[in-house]
Ligand binder design. Structure first.
Ligand SMILES: C[S@@+](CC[C@H](N)C(=O)[O-])C[C@H]1O[C@@H](n2cnc3c(N)ncnc32)[C@H](O)[C@@H]1O
Ligand code: SF4
Ligand code: SF4
Length: 335
């Protein structure tokens, strides 16, 4: 049966710091509040039923909420009958040992480094994941995006990872986003286990001085050292260790700094780079898209290819640049 839906409705779950959501994807800057289920009693059961209802409604031709109507992730096709969770986002904490000037979590952390690993005010995910596994709700080839916060600052991270990595008859892919200040051997273990897994480290600078401005911490040398460590661990999967650069207006938005970043990545043996722009516009750059970000983003892409790197990108950045707007739903409305 063909019907309109998206892969997140069909098999997505996002554990955010304040709520669990059906929609994993960042759809422009709009937040669809009513789609979030707060972590109150029975939130897990509620989530399961909201999702089942959403799939049934899609089958009848009704997408779950108005935001979906202009969402580029909607597709009309024969969807897999297996609706176990396949796209799982783990981002339920904000603890971090860094203070990036562009951090998407700034509205929550207010720029403070929330360092405590103890007495977290947020939910514990380990028992929930355990329950999902017991109830066979996780697809054996599921993909997990672990963002946060900083995963090396999440007390239950080792337990969650060990549990997922030891599952028999399953191979999970992970996008593991870390600032790289602390080394975590479980990341390497995950990279060796599944080719889809990547470790993504945002350096955002080609020098210690720029790193300090961007990240408000003096750990440039540690990040470079840990990147080398992950590269060594990754053996034949070295292309899965990714260095990233987020262009932030008036801070690191120069060709010189980008060139230095590319040169350093080449020297330490990085194979894959990710260019990006600051796109949580409400944080640093309220509401306005700066054309220079787009120009530099294209410059970065050209240089990455010219220097023989592999490249990964967010699919929605070109829409932002083309429309000069952070609302990626505009693309779908225009078509
Ligand atoms: C919120 S961070 C948390 C993970 C980890 N602490 C880190 O910095 O990589 C998740 C990802 O979002 C990116 N990010 C954070 N704030 C952003 C922003 N305002 N615009 C674009 N990307 C952002 C980071 O570079 C990182 O790759
Ligand atoms: S907003 Fe987009 S990604 Fe989110 S559930 Fe709707 S269609 Fe899916
Ligand atoms: S390292 Fe990640 S979570 Fe920490 S401040 Fe930077 S972007 Fe935010």
């Amino acid at each position: 049966m063909k019907y309109k839906s998206c892969k997140y409705i069909q098999g997505g779950i996002a554990f955010r710091h304040d709520a669990v959501s059906l929609c994993n994807k960042l759809c422009g800057t709009k937040r669809y509040e009513k789609f979030n289920i707060p972590y109150t009693e029975n939130f897990y059961e509620k989530f399961i039923s909201v999702r089942e209802e959403a799939i049934e409604n899609c089958k009848k031709g009704t997408l779950p909420h108005e935001g979906c109507l202009s969402c580029p992730y909607v597709e009309e096709k024969e969807w897999d009958e297996d609706t176990r969770f396949k796209e799982i986002e783990i981002t339920h904490w904000v603890h971090c040992n860094c203070g990036c000037c562009y951090c998407a979590m700034l509205p929550v952390t207010k720029g403070k480094m929330v360092k405590s690993k103890q007495n977290s005010p947020y939910i514990e995910l380990f028992p929930i994941i355990k329950r999902m596994l017991k109830e066979n709700r996780i697809h054996p080839n599921a993909f997990f995006s672990v963002t946060g916060g900083e995963l090396t600052m999440l007390k239950e991270f080792p337990d969650i990872m060990k549990l997922l990595l030891k599952q028999k008859d399953a191979s999970y892919g992970f996008c593991l986003q870390s600032n790289g200040i602390k080394y975590e051997k479980l990341l390497s273990k995950a990279v060796l286990k599944d080719r889809r897994t990547s470790i993504v480290i945002s350096i955002d600078a080609g020098s210690r001085e720029m790193f300090k401005l961007m990240k408000r911490k003096d750990n440039y040398n540690d990040v470079i050292k840990n990147l080398k460590h992950y590269l060594k661990d990754a053996k034949s999967n070295q292309d899965r260790i990714v260095a990233k650069y987020i262009i932030v207006p008036n801070v690191n938005d120069t060709k010189e700094e980008i060139d230095k970043w590319i040169k350093t990545c080449k020297e330490i043996g990085i194979k894959t780079l990710q260019p990006s722009i600051e796109f949580c516009s409400q944080v640093v750059n309220p509401g306005t898209f700066k054309e220079k970000q787009g120009e530099l983003y294209h410059y970065m892409k050209e240089q990455i290819i010219a220097n023989g790197f592999e490249m990964i990108t967010y699919d929605f950045l070109e829409s932002i640049i083309k429309n000069k707007s952070f609302d990626i739903t505009i693309k779908a409305e225009k078509e």
